[in-house]
Design a protein around this ligand. Structure first.
Ligand code: GLN
Length: 196
């Protein structure tokens, strides 16, 4: 059972992707929705808004506890921002869970490539993954225990780190849930299955 944080943002696309691979899911909006989940997806959207809603709704501390206890988690875009230890270009009062020892920069790609698509080599996935970036963050610093899974191959943002994993935390700057490609979600399903 995978919970999808459903305070704001692109929840439906994750639901559809999990449906396609036959994984049970549930929206997480209140504390009681955390009961019995085996993994959690933090969707794309607006990280500062999600952060505010997490605080207001009382989910921030229970989630922080579950994540630091090793609950498998996958964050896309704004979700990646929420997982990072350090966030650049955000609001001073924005919260993040800090389970990924990385520094990310919000809206990092700049005006010209603000939103774009490209094909990426993704560690652990055989053929390239088509990646859709929507006002995405990138990773600027990677801690010693963090594995880089994908970088932008060419263009103005060549070399930017856009997919990482550390222990049970997986994050992508882009949105596999928007392309009909289920392979990153399958990778996450396997991470979850390995812990239950
Ligand atoms: N720019 C958004 C933020 O900072 C992220 C965009 C997205 O999730 N597609 O939260």
């Amino acid at each position: 059972m995978i919970g999808i944080l459903a305070l704001q943002g692109g929840v439906r696309e994750h639901e559809q992707t999990l449906d396609r691979i036959g994984v049970a899911h549930r929206q997480v909006r209140r504390i009681e929705h955390l009961e019995g989940i085996d993994g959690l997806i933090l969707p794309g959207g607006e990280s500062t808004t999600m952060s505010k809603l997490l605080g207001l709704g009382g989910l921030l501390e229970p989630l922080r506890e579950l994540l630091s206890g090793g609950l498998p988690v996958y964050g896309t875009c704004a979700g990646m921002i929420l997982l990072a230890r350090q966030v650049l270009d955000t609001r001073a009062d924005a919260h993040s869970f800090g389970v990924l020892d990385v520094t990310v920069r919000r809206n990092a790609f700049g005006r010209q490539v603000d939103s774009f698509e490209t094909d990426l080599d993704f560690s652990g996935i055989t053929d390239p993954v088509h990646a859709v970036f929507i006002r995405a963050p990138w990773v600027e610093r990677v801690g010693p225990d963090v594995e880089v899974l994908a970088v932008v191959p060419d263009g103005p943002a060549e070399g930017a780190v856009v997919a990482v994993r550390s222990g049970n935390a997986l994050a992508t700057s882009f949105h596999p849930e928007c392309t009909g490609d289920t392979r990153v979600h399958e990778l996450f399903r396997d991470m979850v299955a390995a812990t239950v």
